[in-house]
Design a protein around this ligand. Structure first.
Ligand code: TYM
Length: 335
């Protein structure tokens, strides 16, 4: 708790261009929850270097992502929006937690298996211990809730295990966090292969809607989206995974229910439906894209947010870090 509010933590990697999956699975829920909780939203740039990055590009992307958080509707005066690398406690706590995490646990992580298959020439130790840094992010702020998409559930379960293990040895040091998974949009699938999740790193640009795609591109990608030959808009996961994905996107963007959507397109063809889904996404993203463009012109304002929130996050995290250091037996600093 901070004051009378529970704490929320979440983060996104500044790798690649954000997709509609990131927005509907995470960012949109962050905005929904932001009044109720004391929130920390981090641009997790330290996680990004587990895969080789171009430094100038990473710097630019990280800043753009921070602006996107604000543009999506998070008030940076009320929510702590900051770069992970600006707060030293993340790395310090991650080291300690590394010593409370087992190799077996980490080798079971599906994201590690996927990424090491994709980057076979660079299977570094950071890629392996990535989930421990993620646990440190969350536990450092004593987060009660962590809004994420379904793909991050395994990491969150590991975070809970690490927290419980540590608490079992040293007493109640960490709050054990709960995941928050939205009702719709928690797993947005590729538009070209609805058995795969929509991903920033997909090589086929038609598979993903990027948050900065212009309206024509968005409409074109939806027109090309893979469906089926049944020709009826129904929520049938087994036989119509592509249509189900489009229904979920439409539901998340319009606030309508799945039933209302199916009724709305009863008797209509896929062409009409795809156009409606595309338009709902264009309208959702339009204000966000405009605000990013405004923020990009306002360097001093963004700089102030970066500085003030880094200080706020550093302060908020230092209490937990000191407590943990004391618990494990590090000598106290002489002040
Ligand atoms: P990342 O950067 O891959 O994704 C950011 C958020 O977007 C969600 N997401 C999706 N949701 C629905 N459908 C999709 N197709 C889709 N793709 C991505 C993810 O679930 C995530 O919520 N390890 C994390 C970043 C992280 C983090 C943390 C998150 C680091 N530390 C602490 C929460 C708390 C990651 O790589 O997310």
């Amino acid at each position: 708790m901070i004051g009378d509010k529970k704490v929320l933590f979440s983060g996104m990697q500044a790798t690649g261009n954000l997709t509609l999956g990131n927005y509907l699975g995470a960012l949109m829920n962050w905005v929904k929850l932001s009044d109720e909780y004391e929130c920390f939203y981090s641009v997790v740039d330290m996680h990004s270097i587990t895969v080789r990055q171009d430094p100038a590009e990473l710097r630019a992307r990280a800043r753009k992502l921070l602006m996107l958080y604000i543009a999506a509707g998070l008030d940076p005066e009320k929510n702590c929006i900051y770069f992970q690398s600006h707060v030293s406690g993340h790395a310090e706590l991650a080291w300690i937690l590394n010593c409370f995490t087992y190799m077996g646990e980490l080798s079971r992580m599906t994201q590690f298996k996927d990424k090491s298959a994709k980057h076979a020439d660079n299977i570094n130790a950071g890629l392996f211990t990535y989930p421990v840094l993620m646990a440190a992010d969350i536990l450092l702020y004593q987060a009660d809730v962590v809004p994420v998409g379904i793909d991050q559930m395994q990491h969150l379960e590991l975070t809970r295990d690490i927290a419980q293990r540590f608490n079992g040895i040293y007493g109640d040091v960490f709050t054990v966090p709960e995941p928050y998974i939205g009702k719709v949009g928690a797993k947005i699938m590729s538009l070209q292969d609805p058995s795969k999740k929509m991903s920033k790193s997909d090589e086929n640009p038609n598979a993903s809607i990027y948050l900065m795609d212009d309206p024509d591109t968005i409409m074109r990608k939806f027109k090309r989206a893979v469906t089926d030959s049944l020709g009826a808009v129904r929520y049938n996961e087994e036989e119509q995974p592509g249509i189900c994905n489009l229904i979920d996107i439409y539901v998340a963007c319009t606030g309508k229910t799945r039933e209302e959507t199916v009724a709305e397109f009863d008797g209509k063809g896929y062409g009409d439906f795809k156009t409606a889904v595309g338009e709902s996404v264009v309208e959702r993203l339009r204000p966000l894209q405009e605000r990013v463009a405004d923020l990009a012109k306002n360097k001093d304002y963004v700089d102030r947010i970066i500085k003030e929130n880094a200080e706020k996050a550093q302060y908020a995290s230092s209490k937990t870090l000191r407590k943990v250091q004391k618990k494990v037996g590090f000598p106290e600093k002489i002040r």
